[in-house]
Design a protein around this ligand. Structure first.
Ligand SMILES: *[C@@H]1O[C@H](CO)[C@@H](O)[C@H](O)[C@H]1NC(C)=O
Ligand SMILES: *[C@@H]1O[C@H](CO)[C@@H](O)[C@H](O)[C@H]1NC(C)=O
Ligand SMILES: *[C@@H]1O[C@H](CO)[C@@H](O)[C@H](O)[C@H]1NC(C)=O
Ligand SMILES: *[C@@H]1O[C@H](CO)[C@@H](O)[C@H](O)[C@H]1NC(C)=O
Ligand SMILES: *[C@@H]1O[C@H](CO)[C@@H](O)[C@H](O)[C@H]1NC(C)=O
Length: 780
């Protein structure tokens, strides 16, 4: 008989209460680990749903930056959310750098403090490696530890001899914990699951044997998969500097970009509730524990539930249907999903059109003047707003997910998934398509890419004092492609200075999700972005600019007869709104297009419809991006492999993603890049803040405006129509983000930082795999 606990359903929305850590002695580390991770903030595996009644919005503010209920008209430059978030981001990042451990013993104390247990064996060697290589953020591994926490909760099976009753701590009978507080038989169970998952298609193994590394592909009969295991090779390369110091271990690496592991809510329980005894405390995350399969196993042969696993859905099931089971039973995604689904599928819901346009579902809620504090990993609750899942392709992946806790290393992790993050091989390797400054001929990375273009004059007040620079102010050579021909970059028409173009640029393929179930491609993140940026888009958008001079409002626009502008009169003037046709803005600001239609047959209406409804343009080289100030960065089938190159450049990434990646603890949104919500709707107000409203748009909107008193045209023929400036130092701020991101990439996300990350992961892995975990713990 199995001694493992029975499966218990716990109808609780808030299992995340603090466990009572004081009941444990200092040596009993496990519970503290879980407690600490919880206290850290978000628990990645679960969606902590937003309270019911929160207005529909794809983003909310964190507690440190409270929701602003202020109407934008009550805001000014100094109280603008972007001004505030940029300041807070800089302070947060500086504080993070300052508080890093300086010595090994400080680092050990910090580790114990954060995770409630001593570091794994070999931590001292890792520390040597990290300090020798000037790793800056030596203490920041919380998201890695959160990925691993459930595996520390795995217990072995007494009926299979993984442990005996005598192994248990006598003071906590039935706890399943040993004398040091480690889960009994956890190492056995970990190894069992690793070898099981290695048999799944598109999972490769990286092995360490006597300090040597190799990649192993376990044969998977019957399933043909042509994707090469570049990700496993990538991990192998990253482990090169640590393998010699590691024991024999195996890493199952996901060959796909998409997440593979989704653990349903039912697999977890809350100690002390639902008839469970206190025995579960310490086995899981806080009071919440992972429940292993409750069916008794008689022999090791029956331990392979994955034996019949089909790696694709074959029409039966889909990611979303599995995913929503990670939500609490009382969440919207679990309760009323069926009715929402039918309304949207049939297109009868009034929200259908709005959703298509990338908005939220409730058309009665005015578009918020709100900015995402970070990308969407933590800010969107698909459990409470299940209709939003239609807007993200990862819920439509064709790859069947594993419904149980299996150790799979993946390059990114979306909320609700159980994959363990490793750095992407695109980031670690060097390629023409993904690496800034890569010189294929010399096989080296230059610090400045061939296609790089100088920022140009800071343009808020412009070289002629009239604010803004748009493409009409530049001489643009169509031969310049940022790669094969870089002889003539864009230049300011007046000053002759090399200058980046003030536009938001994106190119990519129509990838972005699978086809399970079919018919939803139009709603995926890339398609929505291309349609949003359409030059023929209908409707208006309100752009609020923190202008500093009188031309903020057109009825007070006046240019002195000498042509010199009014100097800024009131640096902290209130924001002013300008209602502008989206098409006019898109023409001036947006250069967003698909370059390639993949799987066009999956688009409703096929290739013809896809091309009708979306802009397509010629392919470009990576180097072509650097002539633009704003680089939109969107998820594809998974995370965006281009992000590191965008950061390395002198341009500014504007990133929307639902993924967390290995560097998520290390980077600071609004300091190193601009985060964009999953709806993208605030993008015009982001541009307005940094760059104002280009003259070309002002001309279109106000070109025929007349003085309300005299009826005379405001801009008589022949007058130059000025741009409307954004924040007084908007362009400078934008450039500051570009520079901070570049510096971050070159000091905190170097290849050696990725090696440091996988080194730390490998040390934890070795302990997780050990039968005697105490022996794999550092002795201090
Ligand atoms: C590890 O690599 C070294 C050097 O290539 C070799 O001599 C040794 O036999 C290898 N060990 C194993 C276990 O493969
Ligand atoms: C956690 O466990 C403790 C001890 O059994 C109990 O007092 C507490 O209520 C539990 N919390 C939750 C949320 O179940
Ligand atoms: C590169 O661009 C320059 C400037 O437009 C042009 O004169 C030259 O012919 C181009 N070179 C090639 C190889 O296309
Ligand atoms: C300009 O400001 C005046 C008063 O502040 C206001 O009545 C008018 O509507 C504004 N015009 C525009 C185009 O925003
Ligand atoms: C650059 O030239 C190569 C080879 O001549 C060609 O394959 C590539 O498409 C060109 N790139 C661009 C951006 O024109």
């Amino acid at each position: 008989m199995s001694t493992r606990p029975m499966l218990t359903r716990v109808p609780s929305d808030s299992p995340w209460t603090v466990s009572n850590q004081h009941r444990f002695s200092q040596r009993r580390w496990r519970p503290l680990l879980m407690f600490t991770l919880l206290a850290c903030s978000t628990v990645a595996i679960f969606t902590v749903g937003l309270p019911v009644g929160v207005p529909i919005s794809t983003f909310t503010f964190t507690s440190s930056s409270k929701v602003t209920s202020d109407h934008p008209s009550a805001l000014s430059y100094s109280t603008h959310p972007i001004t505030r978030m940029m300041k807070e981001a800089e302070e947060r990042f500086q504080a993070k750098i300052d508080r890093q451990s300086k010595t090994l013993s400080e680092a050990i104390e910090e580790y114990k403090h954060r995770y409630g247990m001593p570091p794994p064996k070999g931590f001292d060697k890792w520390w040597e490696f990290a300090t020798k290589n000037n790793v800056v953020l030596v203490d920041e591994y919380d998201t890695l530890m959160r990925d691993l926490a459930p595996f520390y909760a795995l217990r072995g099976q007494k009926d299979l001899g993984d442990y005996a009753d005598e192994d248990e701590d006598p003071s906590r009978p039935g706890s399943g914990l040993d004398h040091q507080g480690w889960a009994l038989g956890g190492g056995h169970e970990m190894r069992r699951r690793i070898s099981e998952v290695a048999g799944v298609a598109s999972i490769d193994m990286v092995q360490i044997r006597k300090g040597n590394l190799s990649t192993v592909s376990i044969s998977k009969d019957g399933f043909v998969d042509d994707e090469v295991s570049a990700r496993a090779k990538g991990l192998k390369a990253m482990l090169g500097s640590s393998a010699a110091n590691l024991p024999d271990i195996d890493f199952p690496v996901n060959a796909k970009a998409e997440g593979r592991v989704i653990i349903p809510w039912d697999r977890w329980t809350v100690a002390g509730q639902g008839g469970m005894t206190g025995e579960k405390i310490g086995l899981g995350m806080g009071n919440r524990s992972y429940i292993e399969d409750s069916a008794p196993h008689d022999t090791k042969d029956t331990l392979h539930p994955l034996a019949d696993f089909h790696p694709d859905w074959r029409g039966a099931g889909n990611v979303w249907d599995k995913w929503r089971r990670t939500c609490p039973p009382i969440s919207t995604a679990r309760k009323s999903y069926a009715s929402i689904r039918s309304a949207i599928v049939e297109g009868t819901s009034p929200s259908h059109h709005h959703l298509l346009m990338g908005g939220t579902s409730d058309a009665t809620v005015p578009p918020p003047f709100a900015f995402a504090p970070s990308t969407s990993f933590d800010t969107v609750s698909f459990c409470e707003q299940p209709h939003l899942h239609y807007t993200q392709g990862h819920f439509f992946s064709d790859w069947r997910t594993l419904d149980d806790l299996y150790p799979v290393l993946s390059p990114a992790r979306a909320k609700g998934f159980g994959d363990i993050k490793i750095p992407s091989h695109y980031y670690y390797g060097s390629t023409q398509a993904y690496t800034y400054g890569w010189d294929k001929v010399k096989q080296k990375v230059h610090s400045v890419d061939l296609g790089e273009v100088a920022w140009g004059d800071l343009t808020d007040v412009g070289p002629d004092g009239q604010g803004g620079v748009d493409d009409r102010d530049l001489v643009i050579d169509p031969n310049f492609d940022g790669h094969n021909n870089t002889s003539n970059p864009p230049r300011n028409r007046k000053t002759g200075k090399e200058s980046k173009r003030n536009k938001i640029f994106w190119r990519g393929a129509t990838t972005g999700g699978g086809n399970s179930p079919p018919g939803f491609a139009a709603l995926y993140q890339r398609h929505r972005a291309v349609r949003m940026a359409d030059w023929d888009a209908e409707g208006d958008v309100e752009v609020w600019v923190p202008s500093t001079n009188p031309i903020a409002n057109v009825s007070s626009i006046s240019v002195s007869s000498s042509g010199t502008p009014h100097s800024p009169t009131n640096v902290d003037a209130p924001l002013k709104a300008h209602k502008i046709p989206i098409a006019a803005l898109n023409k001036a600001l947006m250069d967003v297009a698909f370059v390639k239609a993949s799987n066009a047959n999956q688009y409703p209406g096929g290739l013809k419809k896809l091309k009708e409804e979306h802009r397509f343009a010629d392919g470009v080289s990576l180097g072509n991006h650097w002539q633009y100030k704003y680089l939109l960065d969107l998820d594809g089938m998974s995370y965006s492999g281009r992000f590191m190159s965008f950061l390395a450049s002198d341009s500014v990434p504007v990133k929307s993603t639902v993924y967390e990646e290995f560097f998520s603890d290390w980077i600071e949104p609004w300091l190193h890049y601009i985060p964009l919500s999953s709806s993208y709707e605030e993008i015009y107000n982001i541009f307005g803040y940094f760059s104002g409203i280009p003259a070309e748009v002002v001309e279109e909107v106000y070109g025929d405006a007349v003085d309300p008193e005299t009826g005379a045209p405001l801009f008589p023929p022949g007058t130059k129509i000025p741009a409307i400036p954004g924040a007084p130092d908007g362009d400078e701020r934008l450039q500051h983000i570009a520079q901070a991101g570049k510096k971050w990439k070159n000091t905190i996300a170097r290849k050696v930082d990725m090696e440091s990350y996988v080194y730390r992961l490998a040390l934890e892995w070795a302990r997780l795999n050990a039968v005697d975990r105490e022996s794999m713990t550092i002795k201090v």
